[in-house]
Write a protein that binds this ligand. Structure first.
Ligand code: ATP
Length: 364
């Protein structure tokens, strides 16, 4: 397996791009370590598939280079790059048995019969396909066919990396959870470099050690699920990760308070001192927003305008002074009726300048 480096990659599908907006990938500069499980997460059109195709060699970038273990592979064809790829839809030979489908990539590389058998049995067991090995692929369900495709991607241990492009899209929702767990187990057991494209945050979080969040052709943050949840470095990450996403309120700064309209919200002094810039917003996760029946210190007077009972928790919307905020409270938590007081603990408030997180120690 390989360490993959993307150096100053830019890509436009247009022959003569004139501005930044014409680039599907704007400036990608990153390193993915050997043996890592990475998820490329982002909304439709943010450039995930473009990035995957550039790594595999199916697409040549307009600018920049790709290195596998320090070797520049930019000029190499896909077959020379030694990459396995699994797509959204099954890619297999319908007339062959499951065993032969799984063995195919190994036979193609001239692997000896005994090693092929060992590896095929190992992967079949990991994917729960052992009982189907002698069946013809054509006679199996759509779910089983996609499992065979996954197996064909995973069967070679000598590839530089395995790339997955939304491989569970066609899988029955009940089976998805099980397959995500299996993929994770396979990753841990065989120490493979895996790159997994998805727009589903739950899928990314259960599969990956590192999540690479993409937005409008850029990587806006790479980190563990916990890092992305606790410290979103870009407002998009706060909005996209979490259910519901982070609350954001436009503000100005006045000393140690953020002013939202004519409401003052205290910040940690260490944070407020860091920023003099314009285009400011504060962000807070719904789980940290407090709702109360009566006045509390620094509480903001508001009105409950919406309640969504999700069974295991309640999402409450409260309005104040022309703004709205969401609170996530436990299933047994009390929801004020009508009038309420909203508390925002200063230590849980993040400050963003031009959509980027202001960290203690920054000065802008
Ligand atoms: P999805 O989740 O919908 O597959 P994505 O994040 O994988 O989206 P890409 O498919 O990489 O995004 O597309 C990135 C941008 O490039 C989009 O604006 C898309 O319209 C554009 N694009 C993708 N493929 C082509 C192409 N062959 N020709 C022109 N533009 C393209």
């Amino acid at each position: 397996m390989a360490r993959i480096e993307l150096n100053e990659i830019k890509h436009s599908y247009l022959p003569n791009p004139t501005g930044e907006q014409d680039f599907a990938l704007k400036r990608i500069h990153t390193v993915w370590e050997d043996g890592g499980a990475y998820a490329l997460l982002g909304p439709s059109g943010c450039g995930k598939t473009t990035m995957l195709n550039i790594i595999s060699g199916l697409l040549k970038p307009s600018h920049g280079s790709i290195l596998y273990d320090g070797t520049d592979v930019s000029a190499m064809q896909p077959e020379q790059r030694n990459i396995a790829q699994v797509f959204q839809f099954p890619v297999l030979y319908d007339t062959m048995t499951v065993y032969d489908n799984l063995a195919f990539p190994l036979r193609n590389r001239g692997v000896d019969k005994r090693s092929i058998r060992e590896r095929v049995l190992e992967i079949a067991e990991a994917l729960d396909l052992t009982q189907d090995l002698n069946k013809r692929a054509a006679n199996l369900s759509a779910d089983a066919k996609q499992k065979i495709s996954l197996g064909r991607g995973l069967v070679r241990s000598d590839v530089a990396a395995i790339l997955f492009d939304e491989p569970l899209t066609v899988i029955d929702p009940h089976l998805k959870w099980d397959l995500r767990r299996k993929l994770k187990e396979i990753h841990t057991k065989f120490n493979l470099t895996m790159i997994y494209v998805t727009h589903d945050q739950v899928e990314a979080m259960t599969f990956a050690d590192q999540i690479v969040v993409m937005y409008e052709g850029e990587i806006v943050q790479m980190g563990t699920p916990q890092e992305l949840f606790e410290n979103p470095e870009h407002t998009f990450v706060g909005y996209f990760i979490g259910s519901p996403g982070m609350n954001f309120l436009d503000c100005t700064l006045d000393g140690h308070v953020a002013r939202v309209g004519n409401i003052d919200i205290p910040l940690l002094p260490s944070l407020a001192n860091m920023c003099t810039g314009q285009n400011l917003r504060i962000g807070i996760r719904p789980m940290y927003v407090g709702l109360h029946d009566g006045p509390v210190e620094h509480g903001i007077e508001g009105t409950v305008t919406g309640l969504e009972d999700q069974g295991f928790c309640k999402i409450v919307t409260a309005a104040f002074n022309g703004s709205e905020i969401k609170a996530r409270i436990s299933e047994n938590g009390r929801v004020p009726e009508g009038k309420c007081w909203i508390s925002l603990p200063p230590e849980k408030i993040k400050l963003y300048c031009d959509e980027r997180l202001v960290r203690q120690g920054d000065s802008r």
